[in-house]
Design a protein around this ligand. Structure first.
Ligand SMILES: *Cc1c(COP(=O)(O)O)cnc(C)c1O
Length: 212
């Protein structure tokens, strides 16, 4: 039961942490079940799917884009997206700024940092984060912090050191940039992420069951 999974999960995390229920591939009925249990933050990784679900579900849901985002698709989510976790280039940030302006709103964003050893993961190096932060002259985006995904491995020591490196970087700039969001931790590693300083976890399968 989604409701039971959700309440067990919420009981195991501090009140200060925000839970993003990752609902990608799941039907609207499943999201509604979580919504009726009180869940308001939902994460999706595909633009079309998120837009479809947003139009079918209550208006007060907060939608989180957590997947790789193509510039030409920003316009479809700009009117309603709550937080974009996956900013991985200055050109993407420029486009979000432009589309946010068109919609007369400011869009909250996180810089996605590549902390995993795996080659396949999207994300910025710490150096390229720095470049973006230094030339951030945008008027309609607000960078609120960082997002990262640890390696998919059973090696807890490695996962921990990846989370810690991101947390350290976050803390280094938190005051200067007035950051309040460190998005790290998924179904398999969220307790460790929280112990390393995560303020926002993105959990899918532990709530909605495994995906195909
Ligand atoms: C799918 C996904 C998650 C959730 O994964 P689970 O293991 O199902 O909790 C979290 N973050 C991102 C970026 C994802 O793509």
């Amino acid at each position: 039961m989604i409701k039971d999974n959700l309440s067990a999960l919420l009981q195991s995390i501090p009140d200060s942490a925000t839970l993003v229920a990752v609902s990608k591939t799941k039907p609207v009925e499943s999201l509604l079940e979580a919504y009726e249990a009180g869940q308001r933050h939902f994460g999706e990784n595909k633009v079309q799917e998120m837009a479809d679900k947003a139009s079918a579900l209550p208006q007060n849901i907060r939608w989180h884009m957590i997947g790789h985002l193509q510039r030409n698709k920003v316009k479809y989510i700009a009117p309603f997206v709550s937080l974009i976790h996956s900013v991985d280039s200055i050109r993407l940030l420029n486009e979000i700024d432009k589309q946010a302006k068109k919609n007369d709103r400011v869009i909250d964003c996180l810089l996605q940092v590549r902390i995993a050893e795996e080659e396949t993961k999207f994300g910025l190096t710490f150096d390229s984060c720095e470049e973006i932060l230094n030339q951030n002259n945008h008027t309609h985006v607000r960078i609120r912090g960082l997002m990262g995904m640890a390696s998919f491995t059973d090696n807890q020591t490695q996962v921990e050191s990846e989370f810690k490196s991101l947390a350290q970087y976050y803390k280094q700039y938190q005051d200067q940039y007035e950051w309040d969001t460190l998005s790290m931790g998924m179904s398999g590693d969220y307790p460790l992420a929280l112990s390393c300083g995560s303020t926002m976890i993105r959990v899918g399968s532990r709530i909605f069951g495994t995906r195909n």
